[in-house]
Design a binder for this molecule. Structure first.
Ligand SMILES: NC(=O)c1ccc[n+]([C@@H]2O[C@H](COP(=O)([O-])OP(=O)(O)OC[C@H]3O[C@@H](n4cnc5c(N)ncnc54)[C@H](OP(=O)(O)O)[C@@H]3O)[C@@H](O)[C@H]2O)c1
Length: 322
């Protein structure tokens, strides 16, 4: 089969298209049509992610395609349209084999390319807003990195989970258009976002901040919270891991909450299935829109991964595999 391989930790450009043996058949075997690209793919190509894959490795956390074969009683049969979670590596290949609990029926209304952009981000955002963030009806959610993969996912999902308003934080006006298309109620620029949020909320602040960026905007995020607000720590695309002066939590009665979706799923058996049971009907009915990813040809995986590293990516990025 054809697959993308990272032979050395030189960054995304090291990605090469190779011919290798297909994986074993002990699990649900999927003919992959599209593979998602996420920020950890970029970090891993430089050895900067917490998980270090032995070289050479196939990048890619998620796929969408058609079941070729499946174990008895797995709930899947040949020909089923599915999305699948590799979690860390292995997705950018023509064939993947996954355990049944990492495979999810894809609604007919969702294309393979959109389907390859759903699981990693939407299940993380579901974990953030529902499980960890306790989003309540009518609350206002501020989303950093709002034109990115996690950001557009948050904008698509938050209203379906009850948010009354979403405020998108982006670095450029062009990214603001992407955030609006994903459903943002309001868009503000990262530069000076605290004052913009104060004005938009008439001084009250927001109930929830979903933050995949971190870095130097963290303190202003805490300052942007209304009383009893929650800052959801999702990632650090900005580079620096911020520190919290905990008096800020005390003074305004706010929470800083870690969101480690993979770790949560690993310690809560059945969690992924529960999440999909909630999300799947919302996607099938259109209550949550499918992502509208930027699609790269398979042999341009390096450029696709680099677009996340160099901050030019808009929305979810996906590879067309076949
Ligand atoms: N906690 C979890 O369980 C979990 C699960 C999945 C992903 N994540 C994390 O979530 C984060 C976002 O992932 P993603 O796939 O959404 O990434 P993405 O599509 O590349 O979006 C990230 C956004 O971060 C902003 N950004 C700010 N400074 C940046 C910089 N120096 N370099 C690159 N981007 C920068 C960019 O928006 P602006 O240009 O508008 O600022 C960009 O749109 C990553 O850190 C990832 O590891 C965490």
């Amino acid at each position: 089969m054809r697959a993308i391989q990272i032979p050395r930790l030189d960054g995304p450009e090291a990605a090469e298209l190779v011919d290798i043996d297909e994986p074993g058949t002990d699990g649900v075997v999927i003919d992959v049509h599209a593979a998602g690209v996420a920020f950890p793919d970029a970090l891993q190509t430089r050895g900067l992610y917490q998980h270090k894959a032995p070289l050479p490795y196939i990048p890619g956390a998620e796929v969408a395609g058609v079941v070729r074969s499946a174990p008895d009683r797995s709930g899947f049969t040949a020909g089923d349209r599915v999305a699948g979670l590799c979690m860390l590596t292995g997705g950018m290949a023509e064939v993947v084999t996954l355990p049944p609990d990492r495979v999810f029926a894809l609604p007919d209304s969702v294309s393979f390319e959109a389907g390859a952009g759903i699981l990693f981000n939407d299940l993380t955002v579901h974990c953030a807003l529902r499980t960890r963030g306790r989003l309540a009806e009518g609350e206002t959610v501020l989303v950093h990195g709002a034109a990115g993969g996690i950001g557009t996912s948050a904008l698509r999902l938050a209203p379906a989970f009850g948010a009354g308003r979403t405020i998108a934080v982006v670095s450029t006006e062009a990214k603001g258009e992407i955030a609006r298309a994903a459903g943002a109620t309001d868009v503000v620029l990262a530069d000076g976002f605290k004052d913009s949020v104060k004005e938009l909320t008439e001084g009250r602040g927001v109930d929830v901040v979903l933050d995949p960026v971190g870095g130097d905007r963290f303190t202003d995020s805490l300052r942007s919270l209304a009383p009893a607000g929650r800052l959801l720590v999702v990632g650090f695309t900005g580079g620096d891991i911020p520190t919290v002066r905990v008096n800020r939590l005390l003074l305004n009665n706010v929470d800083a909450i870690g969101v480690g979706w993979g770790a949560w799923a690993a310690t809560h058996p059945g969690y992924l299935a529960e999440q999909w049971t909630e999300l799947q009907p919302l996607l099938a009915s259109g209550a949550i829109s499918a992502p509208e990813p930027v699609v790269y040809p398979f042999d341009e995986a390096g450029a696709a991964i680099a677009s996340l590293e160099n901050r030019t990516a808009v929305g979810k990025v996906v590879l067309r595999v076949r």
